[in-house]
Design a binder for this molecule. Structure first.
Ligand code: PRP
Ligand code: XAN
Ligand code: MG
Length: 175
């Protein structure tokens, strides 16, 4: 629950909603894979959890990759970003595939916003290729390949975080 007089959340600051359906997300992940297919081949896919798990599954399927690892990062508590914590790094086996620096490894996340998460993972694997489906301007320089740029004041609503609900008619004051 959000307390009264608390700082506005990142989502409140962003203001502009950008809802993404499962269909749209799947299409955008496939579009991302078309681009990645020109860059690879890759030895393995690394998903930044949790948001990177869904695009990583789709990208791995399309690229025919079966070695999939995770970097588990916690930062946003719903929509407020706190200190970043790496809860789990990549396995020794995956690290070996990337020669210790991540060369030939593909890191996938759903988006970059401030770029803090991307920066942290890039420091762990400097030579890996970093791909996201969406990018906001602050995080964009960290990403090697992405599909759609949205403005910094946009909040992306992913299909796994949302559900269909009634919307009041625009005439009655809907956003
Ligand atoms: O560029 P940044 O400002 O660092 O924000 C981007 C990160 O924020 C979200 O993850 P979150 O920390 O909310 O965790 P989740 O993936 O488990 O939902 C998103 O999935 C990215 O990983
Ligand atoms: O669901 C989300 N949408 C966003 O726009 C965002 N930015 C950081 N973390 C985010 N999570
Ligand atoms: Mg995430």
């Amino acid at each position: 629950m959000v307390e009264k007089n608390s700082e506005p959340s990142a989502q409140e600051r962003a203001g502009r909603p950008f809802p993404v359906s499962w269909d749209q997300f799947h299409r955008d992940c496939r579009a991302l894979t078309w681009r990645l297919n020109e860059v690879g081949p890759f030895h393995a896919v690394i998903a930044i959890t949790r948001g990177g798990l869904v695009p990583a599954a789709i990208v791995a399927r399309e690229l025919g990759l079966r070695v999939i690892d995770t970097v588990c990062v916690a930062s946003y508590d719903h929509d407020k970003q706190g200190d970043l914590k790496v809860l789990k790094g990549i396995s020794e086996q995956t690290a070996k595939l990337g020669g210790g620096t991540g060369k030939g490894l593909l890191i996938v996340d759903d988006l970059v916003d401030t770029g803090k998460t991307g920066k942290l993972v890039r420091e762990l694997l400097p030579d890996a290729h970093f791909a996201t489906v969406y990018a906001k301007p602050k995080g964009r320089p960290l990403v090697d390949t992405f599909i759609t740029e949205v403005s910094q004041d946009t909040w992306i609503f992913f299909p796994w975080d949302t559900a269909l609900s009634f919307q009041p008619p625009i005439r009655d004051g809907a956003a």
